[in-house]
Design a protein around this ligand. Structure first.
Ligand code: 2PG
Ligand code: MG
Length: 434
């Protein structure tokens, strides 16, 4: 049978994300009956150079409704893509970019464009009759990613109760994805027990990590080490710490305001604080240690610690291949966070990942704080052999759905399943790593 992946319809509908806000689900239909869906996620701590979501504004639904963006899918995107071949993702994405016409995709909306781009990818994989990760790999080697999993939320995801946004763990001694998940589950449970025993259990933050009832940022770190130990692991040798400082959320122009501790630091002050933490705690990865407008600070931080600790650019790089190349040349960071809705299309996201890899940088496929049941990133991490994935915490089903999908993929691969483990640069040089 000759299968055809010609697009016959593109449809957008309003669905709801994990914060109860409207978002866009796109459906792409092909003439062989295949259908693909994609749902746009939404960030709370956003880089200023990301693709911009189109929201209706006003007072209804907090201004978050997406009716105008949906109207754009029906009036412009559907007619533009009808008749195109869904297997030609690059052509589809280029059409979407040109149709929008704005560098930040603000006219039709990054949320509309990313949902359609992802839906097209799923439709093409369905038409080819293979799982998405396999379609993406196209015969190249794949691996299950090392997960970084949040234990305590913070920053913009927890009413700024503490300044640091994500306190995560990486099960560095794990030899399979499933084992990494089981080890993390023990740490998450232990952290919950500690919070309950000390009268601090107050539910969870946006990504499912425990609500951060701490007197200082450092107390969160101390509690995380205790949780790793209480779970029966050696901190730094078996389970290590990864931070997303998300410094753009509390600093700009070289001044950083730590609200919880009522003090202000300059670039050197924040660098010294974080470098001190990296010396005293088993930290193997730090994301956005300085703000997106502080490249010199990022360069200084990476020069001081980048040989042994992964320094990830998120707000600073916004999943943009050109920015990643510049950052690699400038030594600003040594790893790139990869978020599809920051770039706005699957093709631009793939280009960013390839740019990072070509520059010898680590790559971490990441969810957003506003998520849904969409599983695409689990497949991207495997199919693109990214090495690492970040989805938030170990509760709330918009997070668990991704972990569970990765378990399915690992089992499906059977004995040929490779686990990325600690193979990512530059951590091979970290003294604690196996
Ligand atoms: C981040 C993400 C995910 P948000 O900063 O890395 O944790 O947060 O989606 O709010 O940008
Ligand atoms: Mg981040």
């Amino acid at each position: 049978m000759i299968r055809s992946s010609e697009i016959v319809d593109v449809y957008g509908r309003r669905v709801w994300d994990s914060r109860g806000r409207p978002t866009i689900e796109a459906e792409v239909w092909l003439d062989d009956g295949s259908v693909g869906r994609g749902i746009a996620p939404a960030g709370a701590s956003r880089g200023r150079n990301e693709s911009v979501d189109k929201r209706d504004g006003g007072t209804r639904l907090g201004g978050h409704d997406v009716k105008e963006a949906l109207a754009g899918i029906a009036a412009e995107i559907m007619p533009a893509l009808t008749g195109m071949d869904a297997a030609e993702q690059a052509e589809i994405d280029e059409r979407l970019i040109n149709l929008d016409g704005m560098p930040n995709k603000s006219r039709l909306g990054g949320n509309a464009i990313v949902a359609v781009s992802i839906a097209t990818l799923h439709a093409a994989a369905a038409s080819a009759g293979v799982p998405l990760w396999q379609y993406l790999a196209d015969g190249a080697p794949v691996s299950l990613p090392m997960p970084e999993i949040q234990i305590f939320g913070g920053g913009a995801h927890a009413g700024r109760r503490i300044d640091i946004q994500d306190l995560m763990v990486m099960a560095i001694a794990a030899t399979s994805f499933e084992q990494a998940i089981e080890m993390t589950a023990e740490v998450y449970l232990a952290a919950g027990r500690i919070m309950a025993e000390t009268g601090r259990l107050q539910g969870v933050a946006d990504e499912g990590g425990y609500w951060p009832v701490f007197a200082s940022n450092e107390e969160a770190l101390e509690t995380l080490v205790k949780a790793i130990e209480a779970a029966g692991f050696v901190p730094g040798a078996e389970v290590a710490i990864s931070l997303d400082v998300a410094a753009s959320e509390f600093g700009a122009k070289g001044r950083y305001r730590l609200g919880l501790e009522s003090r202000e630091l300059d670039t050197d002050g924040l660098c010294d604080l974080l470098l001190g933490w990296c010396r005293r705690y088993p930290i193997v990865s730090v994301e956005d240690p300085l703000a997106e407008d502080d490249p010199e600070g990022l360069r200084r931080f990476t020069a001081a610690i980048g040989a042994t600790v992964q320094v990830i650019g998120d707000d600073f790089l916004v999943t943009d291949a050109a920015r990643i190349e510049q950052a690699a040349a400038g030594g600003h960071v040594n790893a790139a966070l990869i978020k599809v809705n920051q770039a706005g299309t699957v093709s631009e996201t793939g280009a960013a990942l390839r740019a990072a890899r070509a520059a010898g940088m680590g790559t971490i496929v990441s969810a957003r704080s506003g998520e849904t049941e969409d599983l695409t990133i689990a497949h991207l991490a495997v199919g693109w052999n990214a090495g690492q994935i970040k989805v938030g915490s170990f509760s709330r089903s918009e997070r668990m759905a991704k972990w569970n999908e990765l378990i399915r993929i690992e089992q499906g691969l059977g004995s040929s399943a490779a686990f990325a483990g600690c193979s990512w640069m530059p951590l091979r040089q970290h003294p604690a790593l196996p």
